[in-house]
Design a protein around this ligand. Structure first.
Ligand code: AMP
Ligand code: MN
Ligand code: MN
Length: 325
């Protein structure tokens, strides 16, 4: 489906819901705000939604207060734009209701995208979903305000790990250059994203480092984050993004895994724990494939999935996986 058809559709749309994945990262948040404000500039009635709280490091973004944590009146929307989600379920509990909105526009850069929705704008070569949003905003000739510039810049900067990850492409620099010209202050973004760490987070880091283990052949590192550790340090999961990168930075490690024990409320009907597994690869292993085999998804070098089970059983599976790498 071409960008032109999406633009034609958006021109006709009147009331638009904007969604992105639960536990949003900088790209999910940047895409939401960038696209939301652009549609508002076009005179559309918008509602920006994310199920989860916004991590404190992103509270500085202009218009961040526009992100609501309930999806509003689903029956009133003619269009929904879903960003940075490889499948619709990634938006969380509202997926079933959102699926009934007449027009679903799917904007994403995950290679595992299921191509859900009425229109798709999917580019696995894009550095971030915010890059695709930027191109769409440009093609629609909408003025990029400083608030939009901050959103797009933050989306690309965080998804490329500050222009270090393998998805860093020339466009990432070109677009971010333009966003800085249009009002995004790189120091301000970096300060909020990287230099506002709480002491409790540092305490959590030391606990987390203690859990790191390497598999027999040292090609896989495993880190474990439990609800107990969050409780003991007084930290919240939305404040602990990016920790897996420490496990990935260990020499000779091909794949790093972070086993995160989800809070009990979500799984109170079952006895077993519910884990989110984040995977990162050095590029020699396709972790999107591994995640997909467990019902998750992502990119070649960064992927994830959700699973129920005990910690020892889960680790055993990962050790077996490591033998096959
Ligand atoms: P994370 O595991 O949260 O660090 O996410 C790494 C990448 O994998 C991101 O691009 C996510 O969008 C994707 N991802 C994580 N969990 C899932 C899942 N359960 N289903 C599909 N994609 C996922
Ligand atoms: Mn994301
Ligand atoms: Mn992304």
């Amino acid at each position: 489906m071409s960008r032109k058809q999406i633009i034609n559709q958006l021109k006709k749309s009147r009331r638009v819901l904007l969604c992105s994945h639960i536990h949003p990262d900088g790209d999910a948040i940047g895409s939401l705000i960038g696209m939301g404000l652009a549609l508002k500039e076009m005179g559309k009635d918008i509602w920006i939604y994310n199920e989860s709280p916004v991590p404190a490091i992103y509270h500085f973004l202009p218009s961040i207060h526009r992100i609501k944590h309930h999806p509003g009146e689903i029956g009133t929307y003619d269009t929904v734009v879903v960003m940075d989600c490889s499948d619709l379920h990634r938006i969380g509990d509202a997926a079933g209701a959102v699926n009934r909105i007449p027009i679903i526009i799917n904007i994403d850069h995950h290679i595992t995208n299921t191509r859900f929705g009425s229109f798709q704008l999917i580019d696995p070569d894009a550095s971030a979903s915010a890059e695709i949003v930027f191109r769409l905003i440009k093609a629609m000739k909408i003025k990029i305000t400083p608030a939009i510039a901050y959103a797009i810049y933050t989306g690309i900067m965080t998804d490329t790990g500050s222009f270090r990850f393998a998805n860093t492409n020339p466009e990432a620099f070109d677009i971010c250059h333009e966003m800085v010209r249009l009002g995004a202050d790189p120091h301000k973004v970096a300060h909020h994203v990287y230099e506002t760490i709480s002491l409790s987070r540092i305490k959590l880091l030391t606990m987390l480092f203690d859990t790191i283990e390497l598999t027999k052949n040292s090609n896989m590192s495993i880190m474990t984050l439990t609800q107990n550790m969050l409780r003991e340090t007084g930290t919240r999961i939305q404040d602990v993004n990016g920790l897996i990168n420490y496990a990935k930075a260990i020499e000779n490690v091909k794949v790093a895994a972070l086993l995160y024990e989800r809070a009990k409320e979500k799984s109170r009907l079952i006895d077993e724990s519910h884990f989110h597994i984040s995977l990162r690869s050095d590029g020699s292993v396709d972790v999107a494939k591994i995640a997909a085999s467990f019902g998750g998804g992502g990119h070649t070098r960064a992927a994830g999935f959700d699973i129920q089970g005990s910690l020892p059983a889960l680790k055993k599976e990962l050790y077996e996986l490591s033998d096959r790498l």
